[in-house]
Design a protein around this ligand. Structure first.
Ligand SMILES: Nc1ncnc2c1ncn2[C@@H]1O[C@H](COP(=O)(O)OP(=O)(O)OP(=O)(O)O)[C@@H](O)[C@H]1O
Ligand SMILES: [Mg+2]
Length: 258
């Protein structure tokens, strides 16, 4: 076969792959064919490599789309978390959580501690991992979640169930506790927690310790107890007592001066 003829054949095959919705395989066809001819690769191995490129390309696109839809902030991953800086966060514990089995069981991870210790970073990192594993994930800052709950307060239970904060496999709730809730907000939050209880997993970050939750929940001790009871049943509580990563440079500079 002449080189020109082979080129023509590749072009038509590439067009067919594209028409079938396999853009990654279409793009990789020519180099993979050249490689197969050069290294005398068996046809089934060539086909397998070509399909693998398509599968990997689709998976990458799925993850990119899901990350965008989840509203997860970008840039923070478990890979770029410095575990040596924050000994209060055990690497092995985070790696166990990163396997995702707790998400399947609808469990809760509660990360509590002072500002800058890496709570949001871990929440985001675990969220990214969950998306890579194929779970549906949705990120809310706590104030945004309350706004959404209030907007939807009048919805019928059937409609409410389809809202992302209810239906997603993993709900990420970042920065709870900066402002105390009103009674209405506290009771809407209770509705969310009791609907998700046993159904869907959650990660919550907060700067408040559990004993401050009554005050946080409009001073309603009964409601606070009911919420905590559901959240803490089969929860993974991580107390992050440590240095602020934001202030580390400042601390180091001050140390040098003294
Ligand atoms: N151990 C760490 N390794 C790498 N980066 C870190 C680490 N801890 C925190 N950071 C970075 O420092 C910044 C502050 O961390 P983060 O937002 O996670 O803190 P936080 O505990 O959520 O604080 P806050 O209570 O104020 O929300 C972020 O940019 C985060 O990526
Ligand atoms: Mg935070």
């Amino acid at each position: 076969m002449t080189a020109a003829r082979m080129k023509l054949d590749i072009d038509t095959t590439r067009d067919k792959l594209a028409a079938l919705g396999c853009p990654h395989a279409a793009e990789a066809l020519e180099p993979l064919l050249a490689e197969a001819v050069r290294d005398e690769i068996a046809p089934h191995l060539f086909l397998d490599r070509l399909l693998r490129v398509e599968v990997a390309g689709r998976e990458e696109r799925r993850i990119r789309t899901m990350l965008k839809l989840s509203k997860i902030p970008t840039g923070q991953t478990l890979e770029n978390f410095d575990f040596a800086f924050q000994p209060a966060i055990e690497r092995s514990r985070i790696e166990t959580l990163a396997t995702g089995s707790w998400i399947r069981n609808g469990e809760v991870v509660l990360l509590q501690g002072p500002p800058g210790v890496g709570k949001s970073h871990i929440l985001v990192g675990l969220g990214v991992r969950a998306i890579q594993q194929g779970f549906s994930v949705q990120y809310f800052r706590f104030d945004e979640l309350l706004t959404a709950l209030k907007t939807d307060a009048h919805l019928k239970p059937q409609t409410l169930k389809s809202r992302k904060y209810m239906s997603t496999a993993l709900l990420l709730v970042d920065e709870m506790g900066y402002d105390p809730m009103t009674r209405e907000e506290a009771s809407l939050f209770f509705r969310l927690v009791s609907y998700r209880y046993g159904r869907g997993a959650m990660i919550i970050t907060t700067n408040k310790s559990i004993r401050d939750w009554t005050e946080l929940l409009a001073g309603d001790e009964v409601l606070a107890t009911a919420i905590l009871d559901r959240l803490l049943h089969r929860a993974h509580v991580l107390n992050v007592k440590g240095r602020s990563y934001r202030l580390r440079d400042l601390e180091d500079a001050l140390k040098l001066k003294t």
